[in-house]
Design a protein around this ligand. Structure first.
Ligand SMILES: Cc1cc2nc3c(=O)[nH]c(=O)nc-3n(C[C@H](O)[C@H](O)[C@H](O)COP(=O)(O)OP(=O)(O)OC[C@H]3O[C@@H](n4cnc5c(N)ncnc54)[C@H](O)[C@@H]3O)c2cc1C
Length: 247
């Protein structure tokens, strides 16, 4: 059954996360065009003000998005002890600075929202990854259908997983089209590890389609990008073997 959430602020995004346990697809509507990056927007005018994520808010967020604290700090947010990291003036005096053992996270509101939005956008991808791992390519494609409208915010996960599902189904041209979306839009997430892996996927798609020249080029692109990778990585070993078998 479908669920619709109106408003893609913090409340709407967290409602979508909770609903996704019971409903599919969950559609989130907003009157703003949502940015892919961490920039203020009209619908959240307080977004330009400094924000601090209080302790209980952080606990609640981490319960539904495990590891989000690390993702926030990796994105530039600051973590500090509530007692020593803040300077509080109240009732005409400065409060003593004592460690509390409770951490706050200071992030801009657009930054916090962008990280949570990415997590919500990746939810269909999580289901699809589980299906693929179980060898169920058709259901994985179905899982990813709701992601089609907003995959620019999904850090390449929907396109990549769809590519893998098509490879499993031996549908080379469709797999190639998905990997090509990543190759053509590197700027959407320049540091993504899925960018080099998309070249490997595209090579395999070309093999399925019998296009050896393209396959060779794509394997070479991938091996060049991973030239300094650990030699024992399974993807690297497989790519070398597959490339050698083309010659
Ligand atoms: C100046 C200021 C500073 C703050 N500082 C902090 C802080 O440091 N720490 C903290 O935890 N909280 C802080 N807050 C509070 C926090 O920003 C709000 O509690 C929080 O944003 C509420 O989230 P929300 O999703 O309910 O609403 P909002 O963030 O207001 O989101 C509402 C969403 O609904 C959309 N929308 C509105 N109308 C429609 C419509 N008709 N159709 C479709 N979409 C629509 C909007 O575009 C927006 O995306 C601060 C608030 C202000 C004003």
């Amino acid at each position: 059954m479908r669920a619709v959430v109106v408003g893609a602020g913090m409340a709407g995004l967290l409602a979508a996360r909770t609903l996704s346990d019971r409903y599919a697809p969950v559609t989130v509507l907003d009157r703003d065009s949502l940015p892919t990056g961490e920039v203020p927007r009209r619908g959240v005018p307080q977004g330009a003000q400094p924000h601090v994520l209080l302790v209980s808010g952080l606990f609640e967020l981490a319960a539904v998005f495990p590891g989000i604290e690390d993702e926030l700090t990796a994105a530039g947010a600051l973590r500090f002890d509530a007692g020593t990291g803040l300077c509080v003036f109240r009732y005409g005096r400065r409060w003593p600075r004592e460690p509390t053992g409770l951490d706050l996270i200071s992030a801009s509101r657009p930054q916090l929202e962008a990280v949570v939005r990415r997590r919500v956008a990746a939810l269909p991808a999580a289901r699809a990854a589980i299906d693929l791992q179980r060898g169920n390519a058709e259901p994985a494609l179905e899982d990813l259908r709701p992601a089609l409208d907003y995959e620019a915010a999904g850090e390449f996960a929907p396109q990549y997983l769809r590519g893998l599902a098509y490879l499993k189904l031996k549908r080379g041209a469709e797999a190639a089209a998905e990997f090509q979306k990543i190759i053509d839009h590197r700027g959407q997430y320049a540091a993504s590890p899925l960018y080099p892996l998309a070249h490997l996927g595209a090579a395999r798609a070309a093999v399925l389609s019998g296009d050896t020249d393209t396959a060779r080029r794509r394997y070479e692109d991938f091996l060049k990008m991973w030239k300094d990778a650990d030699a024992g990585l399974p993807a690297l070993q497989e790519a070398r073997k597959e490339y050698a078998s083309l010659k």
